[in-house]
Design a protein around this ligand. Structure first.
Ligand SMILES: C[S@@+](CC[C@H](N)C(=O)[O-])C[C@H]1O[C@@H](n2cnc3c(N)ncnc32)[C@H](O)[C@@H]1O
Length: 222
């Protein structure tokens, strides 16, 4: 990407301003498309359940990390029901504050709320069975995304899994001035994953989404 982000500092600070002003609701997390949340979560659950379990090559259901977690939409409905504990990381403190009430009683099984940009965040080595990264990679430059994925790789437990679920463009890199992000095509995402030294073990397109929005793809990485 490099060249498309003319000024890295304003790329990040403009995104922070945008999210500070966004409502701390499911609709706010999904840019007004709160109605697709259940379709998204159900698709993610079916995807993740292929990997979780006991035995050879299976991913344990110990601790998960929700990256760009926002108010904890995914933590609440996907991760906490499946994992013993979940950590959240997001750059917007207001969303993490909201998560504490939004998650209700299950908030007790949240290990940590980290307020940090993923470009700076260093997940603890060997801590996580699953690192879930959804609708946030467009907020990182190419080199920051690659470096973050490398740190995530180190943070996995044996048989751990990194999952990226995000919008993909039809071709190339499409900037979004409104929230200061970019949308990459699938080949670009795949090449950044490979640059990080990760292998794509499974790839799926989320079905049943409205026609007018970007395609959404889920990639399982090891
Ligand atoms: C589109 S919302 C998605 C939230 C959540 N992943 C979901 O699907 O419900 C994007 C989230 O990314 C966060 N975010 C934006 N830039 C970030 C960055 N550089 N590092 C960490 N989080 C960031 C925002 O605060 C917001 O919570």
């Amino acid at each position: 990407m490099g060249d498309i982000v003319a000024n890295e500092n304003s790329f990040y600070s403009n995104a922070e301003v945008y999210w500070k002003e966004a409502p701390p609701t499911v609709d706010g997390m999904l840019g007004g498309y709160g109605s697709i949340s259940s379709i998204d979560i159900n698709g993610s659950k079916a995807f993740l359940l292929k990997y979780l379990g006991e035995g050879e090559g299976k991913t344990s259901a110990g601790c998960a990390l929700d990256c760009g977690a926002g108010i904890g939409r995914i933590t609440k409905r996907l991760l906490l029901p499946l994992f013993k504990s979940v950590d959240l990381v997001d750059v917007t403190q207001e969303f993490l504050d909201k998560a504490k009430t939004y998650l209700g009683e299950d908030n007790k099984r949240v290990g940590n709320y980290f307020c940090c940009g993923l470009q700076d965040f260093v997940p603890e080595s060997g801590r996580y069975d699953v690192i879930w990264i959804q609708w946030v990679i467009g907020h990182l430059t190419d080199s920051h995304l690659v470096a973050f994925l490398q740190r995530c790789k180190k943070a996995l437990r044996p048989n751990g899994l990194i999952v990226i679920k995000d919008n993909v463009s039809y071709e190339g890199v499409v900037p979004d001035e409104v929230d200061s992000s970019v949308c990459r095509d699938l080949d670009i995402v795949r090449s950044l994953v490979t640059r990080a030294g990760l292998r794509i073990v499974h790839e799926e397109q989320q079905i049943n989404l409205p026609k007018e929005i970007y395609q959404v793809h889920t990639l399982a990485l090891r």
